[in-house]
Design a protein around this ligand. Structure first.
Ligand code: ADP
Ligand code: MG
Length: 317
């Protein structure tokens, strides 16, 4: 009998706990904790595909690239390649921690990272209005020069200087899907769609080409969950549960909501912050609308209890 498959999207807190702990070693230690909780899940019988964020890590790579270009005259790293670099490095930390944890527990399991491209539509509306800030601040002259020479979109960021902005298009297809499925069917734990995947488009001839954009990691993990017909979609983040009226005096923590309720609360626009909780709820709505049976939002340390029905916010059809 086929085992149950879960997609687990892990948030920024699984790699960076606070601004004082951002080094590579700190990120490794943070990853270790989350891997411990995911190993619990695997020990309990789940096959798992792990998606993860990469916003701060891509920021670090870009900053090194910008500094090196000024000081050493080194070439800069294009955004799609920063995504690939971050998938490799984060995947390495996750797969090594999982492998060590499997060995410690005597579980005969393997973990592997797939450098994953995610197809976006080159006519996606997002490309007409790029809004996602990327990389460091520049002065106006440099911003205008880069816009001219490299075709960057640049904006003034509330008096703090100029920044490059890129589009955040909707993910359409996981390019390495068949590889991911094959690995899951072989019982492996697969780290994929890191940072939402490396955004690629198809050119006129149908060839894949990297594009300077960023894909929301919760959207990409949702797409993966739909494409592999996952039995469960878990979004692991920094909160144990989702709240209505988050941060307000009438805040109300939820144990459960239906798809219809999730859509209604999202439409009300006051409960889930844009750019943080709202995309997670949207990602889960798409999963359930496509036939997904259950989704969970909780933090890493509560995944085990949540799977026993003791906590977390469950979203069901
Ligand atoms: P991640 O890196 O996991 O994607 P985000 O910061 O993007 O993390 O989103 C998770 C955060 O969303 C929570 O830590 C919390 O601060 C915030 N949040 C916004 N609205 C809500 C809500 N309604 N209920 C719970 N948390 C919320
Ligand atoms: Mg987020």
């Amino acid at each position: 009998m086929a085992k149950k498959v879960a997609v687990v999207a892990i948030g920024g807190n699984s790699l960076i706990k606070d601004p004082q702990h951002q080094s590579v070693e700190d990120q490794y230690q943070a990853a270790k904790e989350t891997c411990y909780h995911i190993a619990d899940m695997i020990e309990a019988g789940w096959d798992v595909a792990i998606g993860h964020g990469n916003g701060p890590q891509v920021g670090f790579i870009l900053r090194r690239s910008e500094i090196a270009a000024k000081v050493e005259g080194m070439h800069e790293v294009p955004l799609d390649v920063c995504g690939a670099d971050s998938q490799g490095a984060i995947g390495y930390a996750l797969q090594q921690n999982l492998q060590n944890e499997f060995r410690r527990r005597g579980i005969d399991k393997h973990a592997v990272t797939v450098v994953t491209q995610v197809l976006v539509d080159r006519n996606d509306k997002a490309f007409q209005n790029p809004t996602k800030p990327i990389g460091g601040f520049m002065d106006e002259a440099e911003a205008k020069r880069r816009a001219q020479e490299l075709g960057w979109n640049v904006v003034e960021d509330a008096g703090r200087g100029w920044r490059r902005v890129v589009a955040s298009p909707i993910p359409q297809d996981v390019v390495e899907l068949e590889a991911v499925k094959t690995l899951l069917e072989a019982g492996m734990t697969v780290i994929t769609v890191g940072g939402g995947g490396i955004p690629v488009i198809r050119d006129e001839e149908g060839n894949l080409v990297g594009t300077a954009a960023v894909i929301d990691k919760d959207y990409a993990s949702s797409l993966l969950a739909r494409e592999i017909n996952a039995d469960l979609f878990v979004i692991s983040t920094a909160v144990e549960k989702v709240a209505l009226n988050y941060g307000k005096p009438n805040e109300q923590w939820l144990d459960r909501m239906t798809l219809a309720e999730a859509k209604q609360y999202l439409a009300e626009g006051i409960h889930f912050a844009k750019g943080s909780m709202a995309p997670k709820i949207q990602a889960i709505i798409w999963f359930l609308e496509a036939g997904g049976k259950q989704a969970l939002i909780t933090n890493p340390e509560n995944i085990g209890r949540a799977l026993k029905g003791e906590t977390g916010t469950w979203i069901v059809p």
